[in-house]
Ligand binder design. Structure first.
Ligand SMILES: NC(=O)c1ccc[n+]([C@@H]2O[C@H](COP(=O)([O-])OP(=O)(O)OC[C@H]3O[C@@H](n4cnc5c(N)ncnc54)[C@H](O)[C@@H]3O)[C@@H](O)[C@H]2O)c1
Length: 257
């Protein structure tokens, strides 16, 4: 029985690429996969100052197609395969909607939507060209790709969640379904995980925001970052071998009402 469960969730020696690996969720994912015995390749704009054992980092801007292709080729040099590819890099913009400049709108679209698309396109083309094993793709969406923010939470704060962020995350969730269908015959599974608000101890949200958010959330609190990783590990394992095109929302029930 022990072996059955261990085998189902075994991620040892899997090559896992994580974009946005130097951010809050990215760092937690790097830790989770190295802990599971995976070979981790972290992509980010800026790399950690301290090297992490068993992790190779590649500096790349996912919104630039040529850079993505180069980073994919570099990643493949490590073990000639990518078993799991996690599109985690994401950005948002927070000024009031009425004053949102076009450059900010382009930036959020370029990173969240085009970045995800370039990574999927690049990896699929390499699978076709080099006949490498099919990767398992996981896109990080957001509960704001499914529901609107309740602006009463954000009333006095300066981190009002933007329409363009939500629109790009809705796009990521839709792309997940599109590619799940389009890539199924290549044996590539594509799923999404959509977190709710994650508490950030190293750059904490204001006490007032946390109180308002908690009041609005059925589970009465924000997520801790380690509560997001389980679903991502599950989707990348054999336990999810018949799961594709799904979006697992991890938001303490916030999107249920
Ligand atoms: N934190 C939350 O409450 C929350 C909630 C829902 C969804 N999400 C999503 O989770 C993912 C991770 O978020 P996070 O909270 O860790 O954010 P974060 O800002 O801490 O980390 C994002 C990382 O992405 C990197 N990045 C940004 N632009 C990039 C680019 N062009 N190319 C490569 N890397 C780039 C950044 O350098 C950063 O290290 C994002 O997609 C985000 O939208 C976060």
């Amino acid at each position: 029985m022990d072996n059955y469960i261990a085998g189902l969730f075994d991620l040892s020696n899997k090559v896992v690429v994580i974009t946005g690996a130097n951010g809050q969720l990215g760092r937690e994912l790097v830790m989770a996969y190295t802990n599971a015995g995976s070979i981790v390749i972290g992509w980010d704009l800026s790399l950690p100052k301290i090297e992490v054992d068993n992790v190779k980092y590649i500096q790349v801007d996912v919104s630039k197609k040529e850079g993505v292709i180069h980073a994919l080729e570099e990643s493949l040099k490590i073990n000639n395969k990518i078993d799991v590819f996690i599109n985690n890099a994401g950005v948002s913009t927070f000024e009031p909607f009425e004053q949102r400049p076009e450059e900010k709108i382009d930036w959020v679209m370029d990173v969240n939507l085009k970045g995800t698309l370039f990574c999927i396109q690049g990896i699929v083309n390499l699978v076709d060209k080099l006949h490498i094993p099919p990767p398992n793709i996981i896109n990080i969406g957001s509960f704001y790709g499914v529901i609107s923010p309740d602006f009463r939470i954000y009333e006095d704060g300066d981190r009002k969640n933007s329409e363009i962020y939500g629109a790009t995350k809705a796009g990521v969730i839709q792309m997940t379904k599109y590619f799940a269908v389009h890539l199924a015959e290549r044996n590539i599974r594509v799923n999404a995980v959509s977190p709710g608000g994650i508490y950030n101890p190293s750059s904490p949200q204001s006490e007032e925001f946390v109180t308002k958010y908690s009041f609005r959330c059925p589970m009465k609190r924000m997520a801790n970052v380690e509560e997001i990783t389980g679903a991502i590990l599950y989707l990348s394992s054999r336990a999810a071998s018949y799961t594709t095109g799904q979006n697992i929302i991890i938001d303490g029930g916030m999107s249920c009402w």
